[in-house]
Design a protein around this ligand. Structure first.
Ligand SMILES: NC(=O)c1ccc[n+]([C@@H]2O[C@H](COP(=O)([O-])OP(=O)(O)OC[C@H]3O[C@@H](n4cnc5c(N)ncnc54)[C@H](O)[C@@H]3O)[C@@H](O)[C@H]2O)c1
Length: 340
């Protein structure tokens, strides 16, 4: 069967992960990239060994491209997705799908109207230990869910923000520690605990010279009656592996750095834990995030395209964490609880 041609929008650090994944997957082939900086075209062509355009329409006009991977700055995802959808391409976008729920609604509608598949990369859903926990919780092994906590106490140095000035801005990063880094674990928490009714948030910029928060806490009330907390940051030296704690009436499961560290459920044997890959978590260093989970997400998207099915994280699923994070920001601003 012919390979699925891939075009990539963006040429930042995450694109190296795609290059690696695509080179290891038989079903896909990298066809071309788009960079908004004309001066970088030849440099990026040398690095990637494929055609690079500084005109997005030229990239989207290539009939050999069926899938567009959106990897530019978060607040530019929506515009890229809408253009790609209008050109009839399927889309796999980096997280966050966009930086507000309203902008996400626009891209969902655009993909629907153009009859193309839209997926979002929230790759930690593919971690093997997480999937074991998810299965047990969704099968009801914990009984009634009581409390879910996510702690993303990470660290980014000043150079991280200074290097690429879109980071930490409201317009292009949508905020900072919660919207960029915390979103992965917040997504995992929501996927296990269910939809959220209301939140109280308190976010602050305490160390970095950025608009968005580098320290934050949040309280959640879930629709099912359970409660939860979130702590996060990018000023929390040296940066600790993210933790996810799920408590139900029959017991609890705790994950750290994507691995199950506690499994204590009445009358349910602890499973023979799968040794997860050596992928790093990015707690202190964004370049230490491994590529295996991204590869699984791309494979899942290929399957969705071939079967005309739904990807693991659809637009609607990807919207949930962004809606909760923007509600935290709003709550912090008005110093009141916010209903979703
Ligand atoms: N899924 C994950 O774990 C993960 C990890 C990292 C980033 N991301 C997402 O990927 C997207 C891009 O993030 P990133 O970290 O790759 O951003 P980045 O700051 O490295 O690059 C973003 C954009 O900046 C420009 N740029 C980058 N390097 C440049 C250079 N040397 N000269 C001129 N312009 C340059 C390019 O237009 C590029 O697309 C974001 O939406 C982010 O949230 C996801």
């Amino acid at each position: 069967m012919a390979k699925i041609g891939v075009g990539i929008i963006g040429t930042g650090s995450i694109v190296n992960t795609y290059k690696k994944c695509i080179s290891e997957l038989e079903e896909v082939e990298l066809v071309a990239l788009f960079t908004k900086s004309s001066s970088r075209v030849s440099e990026v062509e040398k690095t990637f060994g494929v055609k690079v355009f500084d005109d997005i329409d030229k990239l989207l006009a290539l009939s050999e491209i069926q899938l567009i991977c959106v990897c530019n700055e978060s607040g530019n995802h929506g515009e890229a997705i809408k253009k790609a959808a209008a050109a009839g391409k399927h889309i796999l976008s980096e997280k966050p799908l966009e930086v507000t729920p309203e902008k996400i609604d626009e891209v969902i509608l655009s993909c629907k109207n153009n009859n193309v598949i839209l997926g979002c990369v929230l790759q930690n859903r593919c971690s093997k230990d997480y999937m074991l926990a998810e299965k047990a919780i969704k099968e009801g092994k914990l009984g009634k869910l009581l409390m879910g906590n996510a702690h993303i106490n990470w660290y980014r140095n000043k150079e991280y923000y200074a290097k690429n000035p879109w980071r930490g801005t409201k317009r292009f990063d949508g905020g900072a520690a919660f919207m960029n880094q915390g979103i992965h674990t917040i997504d995992l928490l929501l996927n296990l605990m269910g939809d959220v009714k209301s939140v109280f948030g308190n976010v602050k910029t305490m160390v970095h010279n950025i608009e968005g928060e580098d320290v934050g806490i949040g309280v959640l009330n879930f629709n099912n009656g359970a409660i939860g907390t979130i702590t996060g940051g990018t000023a929390l030296y040296p940066g600790y592996s993210e933790r996810l704690e799920i408590f139900g009436e029959y017991g609890s499961i705790l994950l750290e750095g994507g691995k199950i560290v506690q499994w204590n459920i009445l009358n349910v044997e602890k499973p023979k834990l799968i040794e997860t890959s050596i992928d790093g978590t990015g707690a202190s260093d964004p370049t230490s995030i491994g590529h295996e989970n991204h590869k699984t997400v791309i494979q899942d998207m290929i399957f969705a395209i071939k079967e005309n099915g739904s990807p693991m994280v659809s637009g609607t699923e990807a919207r949930k964490a962004v809606a909760v994070i923007t509600a935290f920001y709003r709550s912090s601003e008005i110093e009141k609880m916010v209903q979703l």
